[in-house]
Design a protein. Structure first.
Length: 84
């Protein structure tokens, strides 16, 4: 095969492979976004359990005081569980 032909085949193959990789990444991102959007929302009590655990961890790490965590959790519980 001539050098020009080899270079052409190499370049076009590389371009095609790059294009397929971009498409595959885009498809994977779209599938992930759809799964997040279409997944059912957690109920309020499950969300509050997660908030409680996160706040307990924040208190352990001295990021917030226990009083701040309690006030925030109470305020959030009023919003989440009050709407339920």
């Amino acid at each position: 095969m001539h050098r020009k032909a080899v270079r052409y085949v190499t370049r076009t193959t590389s371009a095609a492979a790059g294009s397929l990789a971009v498409r595959a990444t885009s498809i994977a991102a779209a599938a992930l976004a759809a799964s997040i959007i279409l997944s059912p929302a957690a109920d309020a009590s499950a969300r509050m359990d997660g908030v409680h655990a996160d706040l307990a961890r924040a208190v352990q790490l001295n990021q917030v005081t226990a009083e701040q965590a309690a006030r925030f959790e109470a305020r959030l519980a009023g919003r989440l569980l009050g709407d339920a």
